[in-house]
Structure formats: C-alpha cells, structure tokens
Design a protein around this ligand. Structure first.
Ligand SMILES: C[S@@+](CC[C@H](N)C(=O)[O-])C[C@H]1O[C@@H](n2cnc3c(N)ncnc32)[C@H](O)[C@@H]1O
Length: 217
C-alpha cells in the first residue's frame, strides 16, 4: 500500500444542512481504500466514533458488516437512516465500549473527535464537562485498550487524525495519539493523506492528515 495518497475531497452522501457547518467526515475514497486493503466481503468493520457513518456506509456498500457507536443522538439517527444493519449501530459512548457486545472484529476504521491542547472542555463527553488534553489522551488510550477485547488476532486498526494548527499554536495530536496508542497496539506505520480541493474549516491549517495503521499482534 502507498504511504502517501491524494484523495478527492468528496463524499457520496448528501448530508442534511444542520450537519454542514461542522462536517468532519472522513473522505469516502480513503475509507474505501483501507477497507478493501484490510478486509474481504463478509468481514466485520467497526467505527466507535461513527460520526455521520462514512465507515459504516462504505463498509456496507462493499459487502462488509458494519458496526458503530456514536455519542450524539442526532448523528446516530442519521446513520441508522443510511444503513441496512441498523441494529449494529449503538447510540452510546466509546468510553463504555467494554459494556457493549460486538462479534469478533476484522477492521476498525475510525477518526476520534479531536482535541486541541488549549481546550478546557471534554470533547469525549460532548463538551458538557471540563477536560484537559492529558485526560483526553488517557481516555483515548483506555478506549483502544478496551477495544482489544473485540479484535480478531492480526486485525487492523486505522486511526484518522491530524495535527492541529490554530491561532493558539500547534497541537501535535497525530503524533501524541500515535504515541499513546503504540503502548496498546502494534504500530505498523502511517499513511499520509493529502486532499484535493479547497481547505475547509475542519482542516486545522493543514492540507494533509495521517491514517495511523496499527495491528492486533
Ligand atoms: C471526527 S468525527 C467522526 C467522523 C466520521 N469518521 C465520519 O466520517 O462521519 C468524531 C465523532 O465522534 C463522536 N464522539 C465524540 N465523543 C464520543 C464518545 N465518547 N463516544 C462515541 N462517539 C463520540 C462525535 O460526536 C463525532 O461524531
């Protein structure tokens, strides 16, 4: 697999207007490339930060069996309106992954909600409580530790993440996440995704991001 790819900044599904202002979906092309690379038809694909369901929608389109978790009810409802395997989608919390039931999983393709090092609200709790970057990274590590309960041996885990460049400086989120997750999963390396088209609001100052590739060895 190439370690640098240019993907089209496009999505097949049209989303309702209310989601357009904070559209942080993964690009269809990139998700499709990873699902084809690491799974075959009939395999299970999980995204525990499902968002608007790109992983689940593309997995199902490719004949894989999708599973997902999404914190926000509105997004959860949107995802179940788009997939056939509705019962495989949980309106829940990735931090409670261990409490849910999933079959053995062949591939995880996910992009956790991001956090800037200066933020003081907890993105993993819908910004409802106070938080900080160290706690966020600790929670992320715990989620991926718990995830191992469901992973098939030698399965792959792909994490889409960016470094964040804002007026307050740079948060090396991709590298920090890579570091903490390398403690619990085997880090196989990164694929850098560049994208065509204009830089949007969710680009955080960069024209590329990382797909960190881990395996369950
Ligand atoms: C970067 S978005 C994922 C976008 C997704 N890849 C897509 O293409 O639509 C991260 C998602 O994680 C959700 N989220 C945040 N905290 C969560 C939690 N504790 N458990 C599950 N989902 C959570 C957010 O609501 C958001 O939809």
């Amino acid at each position: 697999m190439r370690t640098f790819m240019i993907c089209k900044n496009v999505h097949r599904s049209e989303i309702p207007d209310r989601f357009k202002e904070y559209d942080n979906r993964s690009y269809d092309e990139e998700v499709e490339i990873f699902i084809k690379e690491y799974t075959k038809p009939g395999d299970t694909v999980l995204d525990m930060f499902a968002g608007l369901g790109t992983t689940l929608i593309i997995a199902e389109m490719l004949g894989r069996v999708p599973y997902g978790v999404e914190f926000l009810e509105d997004k959860y409802n949107y995802v179940i309106s788009k997939i056939k395997n509705k019962e495989n989608m949980i309106h829940g919390d990735a931090r409670k992954l261990i409490e849910y039931e999933f079959p053995p999983i062949d591939l995880v393709y996910t992009s956790p909600i991001f956090m800037n090092k200066n933020e003081t609200r907890d993105p993993l709790n819908g910004y409802k409580t106070e938080g900080n970057y160290a706690k966020y990274l600790k929670d992320i590590k715990k989620i991926f530790t718990d995830l191992k309960k469901f992973l098939k041996p030698k399965s792959h885990i792909i994490v889409g993440v960016k470094n964040l460049k804002t007026s307050n400086g740079i948060t090396t989120l991709a590298w920090d996440m890579g570091n903490v997750l390398s403690d619990v999963l085997f880090f196989e390396g990164e694929v850098i995704i560049g994208y065509e088209g204009p830089r949007d609001r969710e680009s955080f100052g960069y024209d590329h991001y990382y797909c960190l590739v881990f395996s369950n060895r």
